[in-house]
Design a protein around this ligand. Sequence first.
Ligand SMILES: Nc1nc2c(ncn2[C@@H]2O[C@H](COP(=O)(O)OP(=O)(O)OP(=O)(O)O)[C@@H](O)[C@H]2O)c(=O)[nH]1
Ligand SMILES: [Mg+2]
Length: 251
Amino acid sequence: MNTNVSVVVPALNEKANLKRLIPKLYDEDISSIFIIDDGSKDGTRDLINDFPDVHFLFRRGKLGLISAELDGMRLSDSEYVVIMDADLSHRPEDINGMIEQAKRTKSDLVIGSRYIDRGITNDEFIRQILSKGANKLFHISFNVDIKDCTSGFRIYSRAACEFLVTQVDLENSYVGQVDILKRLNENNFKITEYPVNFVKRTEGKSKLEMKEIVNFFLFVLYNKRMLNYIFVSLLTIFIILIISYVTLTLI
Ligand SMILES: Nc1nc2c(ncn2[C@@H]2O[C@H](COP(=O)(O)OP(=O)(O)OP(=O)(O)O)[C@@H](O)[C@H]2O)c(=O)[nH]1
Ligand SMILES: [Mg+2]
């Protein structure tokens, strides 16, 4: 058993999925499993009887995705922390390869990526467009050469965890995934991507709401580099219009 790897799963009303996911995790080379539940109303709590060796943290309500991940990092003391969704979108059989890559490349963050060679997404067309558009904007705005910035399937080194738990003003919803990436990148932590196959959820409901998507675009747009980019683009269009106007009136 690999005593250096913990798995942290943030969960909100995911009882049916957790029931399927946890036995699959038992087949992987990991030492401990932490489920961080935010006051689910679907009886997730009953699972403590089915899986007595799993660590459950039941929080008082929806305290947010990123704060659940950070609580998991605080509770575990392993060298590597795997973060994955409860809904089986992230395949447990990819963990081993991601850990090997983290060790081989000395990465502080390995992102399970849909958008590099051999990565697969099963999202419907509109979600692919949104996701790829979000990634493009993130590249332009923060100059980070990562193809799948919004993926929640990640492996963090202990050093990255220690750093992140001190970041008190981290964005707490989905946009926190890119905030984390930006901060690790700015602080010279090594980030690599590993190709994974994202499976569409078949049980339970998505917690991704429209306001999360709006939040993402606001986060990116408020960045100074992005504002400069918009300013330069507008200025260029303005100059082209002036030149066209002057040329046309002179002819
Ligand atoms: N503890 C906790 N878990 C959350 C919260 N929001 C989402 N989650 C969990 O975080 C994971 C990711 O959420 P999903 O709803 O699967 O988001 P998604 O993968 O973008 O959406 P789908 O592709 O539709 O599944 C799931 O395991 C959720 O149960 C939260 O506020 N607190
Ligand atoms: Mg999901």
